[in-house]
Write a protein that binds this ligand. Structure first.
Ligand code: BF8
Ligand code: SF4
Length: 634
């Protein structure tokens, strides 16, 4: 067992190197933070006003409430929903940027972007009620983008969010309407929630949680339109074969990592790099090599087959290879420490967003109006950096694993179509109804160094696969499986149970792909969890079930970000049992904890459970699937 909290061998090698050169990584910092403050850890520390921080001290007279009188349940509920607000703001703002770009593209203002996937445009337009008949693509795209932008500013509470309303099943929508969590505008809901949780405002924990769920539904709305509009602009993922892990960084090439979430720039970098190989050669390299980290990495993996370097927890270690010439970052999940890691080498950290700067790093303000030129200039920074690379400092772990990815819902349905041309989704329904597979699990979420990097992601996936659970993956979880060599056909042979193997054999025989299907369908970045939900909605309709009856579970073994809290919350509202592998800061209030882990099921059919132990979590996930199957045949 490694002395470090990771199962990744390449990461272990780089952590040794970091130690040698005296660089303290996130692994060291996580250790330094222990032991954590119990108040913060359980959610009973309030810092909402300047009289705080107030902690719940039940044994002290007067200490069982905050200075204003807020009880544990109010404090815990407020803290929880403010995480959701942060997450929903991030996801929806990402979506808004894509929508603006699509609008300006359709208006002819941005020469470097275009409507790439007209089929997807038509599908989305029809779904949200935009007229398509006899209109050209740009006119339709303009209306679709405008509809997306209208989600943000709507203030008439009688109107509903277009994307949610268009995609969610009627039953589910009615539950949301009845419980008053159906949002109308994203900005309005976010502002209301911050207002609701201001000092001296709402102290009713259930009402606060419902306010939080409304914002969580804004989160899925923002995610969903981000996915749809990115597909329209850049194309919808098709199966790709590539590789993952730090060995994807090449010693003889100019290495550029794209890191963050928003594909507007990273797509351009991929495109620009294709025409700039000669410039890299002139600098003495054999070419340009792009790798991805976090969800921007997933975006360009899905659409362009760009290799995965690593995931969230190990981003600094990509710099430790000494061969990373530039890391181009956009927004979210980018560690500020990358700058200090880069100081040990020649690496240029290039920030590109006006709301994501790192002191001391290179800021290049990305301008969509000259996107291609911007991308080229950024690549030139990397080529320049390459010239300053100290070869003596280069050590790249010789580890890569084969990855088969690129499974947009459309790509999956195309494969199922080969088995059942008339009704592709029936392929999964049949497999569940015949008992060949027990159901579906979505493996999602981040890394969290409260546990061991990637350990529970992979352990849970292996256990579920052994028990014939069909796996979907996204975000850093998908990258964990890819890094560990589990995202290919060989992994099916190694880990899948007999039923799942049979299911795969049938698909492989028909798929027409040059490679076997992988152990899990990588559906993309975290905003692409919207794709998973559409799949569940389709399956529910096909099987004649309510969403909350579908044998479907969600697992985020290493959830970390505010976005992850928002995602978990909308999954619960959608009827999905949702496992989180860290003890959530709701446990400080028995009442709030019971609401999100028990009462939620009575209202929405979905609920959370916290379980840091991989074996116990897998057992419970399997139990839930079996119980749902059993109830469905009753
Ligand atoms: O959106 S899984 S660590 S990179 S938040 Fe961040 Fe979490 Fe990774 Fe992607 Ni999602
Ligand atoms: Fe303390 Fe109340 Fe202020 Fe929170 S809102 S910090 S509990 S006084």
């Amino acid at each position: 067992m490694s002395e470090y909290k990771t199962i990744d061998v390449a990461a272990t090698q780089m952590l040794d190197k970091a130690k040698e050169i005296g660089f303290l990584t996130t692994f060291d910092r996580a250790k330094a933070q222990e032991p954590r403050c119990t108040f913060g850890n359980t959610g009973i520390c309030c810092r909402i006003c300047l009289q705080g921080p107030c902690r719940i001290l039940p044994k002290k007279p007067g200490g069982n409430k905050g200075v204003c009188g807020a009880a544990d349940y109010t404090i815990v509920a407020r803290n929880t929903v403010r995480y959701i607000a942060g997450g929903a703001a991030a996801h929806s703002d990402h979506g808004r940027e894509i929508a603006e770009t699509l609008l300006h593209t359709a208006e002819g203002k941005l020469k470097d972007y275009q409507v790439t996937d007209v089929d997807k445009l038509m599908y989305v337009a029809k779904n949200i009620g935009v007229e398509t008949e006899g209109r050209d693509a740009n006119a339709i795209a303009k209306d679709v983008a405008s509809a997306a932008l209208a989600e943000f500013g709507r203030i008439n509470e009688a109107e509903e969010l277009t994307w949610l309303k268009s995609y969610a099943p009627e039953n589910t929508l009615n539950i949301w309407r009845k419980t008053t969590v159906m949002p109308s505008g994203i900005n309005l809901s976010l502002a209301k929630l911050l207002h609701q949780t201001h000092v001296g405002n709402d102290s009713d924990p259930v009402n606060i949680i419902f306010g939080g769920l409304k914002v969580a539904l804004c989160d899925i709305d923002g995610q969903h339109l981000a996915t749809d509009l990115s597909d329209i602009l850049f194309g919808t993922g098709v199966p790709v074969v590539t590789e993952a892990n730090l060995g994807a960084i090449k010693a003889d090439k100019v290495n550029i990592a794209v890191h963050g979430h928003n594909p507007l720039l990273s797509q351009m970098v991929v495109k620009a790099a294709k025409g700039m190989q000669d410039e890299a050669k002139a600098a003495g390299a054999t070419g340009i090599n792009l790798v991805g980290i976090c969800c921007t990495g997933n975006e360009v993996l899905m659409r362009e087959g760009v290799a995965i370097a690593t995931n969230f927890a190990t981003q600094e270690l990509a710099v430790m290879t000494g061969a990373m010439d530039a890391m181009v970052v956009d927004v979210q999940c980018i560690m500020p420490s990358l700058r200090s890691a880069a100081e040990c080498f020649h690496t240029k950290i290039v920030t590109t967003s006006p709301i994501m700067k790192i002191p001391g790093s290179y800021h290049y303000a990305f301008d969509e109006a000259r996107a291609m030129d911007s991308a080229k200039e950024i690549i030139r920074l990397a080529i320049d950096a390459y010239k300053a690379r100290d070869k003596a400092k280069v050590s790249i772990p010789n580890i890569t694993n084969k990855v088969v990815a690129g499974f947009s819902l459309e790509a999956m349905l195309n494969i199922f179509k080969k088995v059942n041309p008339d009704n592709p989704i029936r392929v999964i329904a049949d497999a569940i109804e015949s008992g060949e597979i027990k159901g579906i699990a979505a493996l999602i979420g981040c890394n969290n160094l409260k546990g061991t990097h990637d350990q529970n992601h992979t352990a849970i996936a292996q256990e579920l696969a052994k028990n014939d659970v069909l796996l979907l993956a996204g975000g850093c979880s998908a990258q964990a499986h890819a890094l560990a060599g589990m995202m290919n056909g060989e992994a099916v042979q190694q880990y899948a149970g007999e039923g799942l193997k049979k299911f795969y054999a049938r698909l492989n025989a028909a798929s027409g792909l040059t490679t076997d299907l992988p152990l899990m369908f990588h559906m993309g970045s975290c905003v692409d969890y919207s794709r998973m939900q559409v799949l569940v909605n389709m399956l529910a309709a096909e099987m004649g079930l309510d969403n909350s009856e579908v044998p479907y579970v969600v697992s985020a073994p290493e959830a970390m970000s505010e976005k992850a809290v928002a995602i978990g919350a909308w999954n619960v509202a959608y009827g999905n049992p949702t496992h989180v592998g860290v003890i959530a800061p709701t446990v400080g209030s028995q009442l709030v904890n019971d609401v999100v882990t028990k009462i939620a099921e009575d209202v929405f059919g979905g609920y959370f459970f916290w379980e840091p132990d991989a074996a116990k979590a897998s057992a419970r996930l399997i139990d839930i699937l079996e119980e749902r199957n059993w109830k469905n045949v009753m």
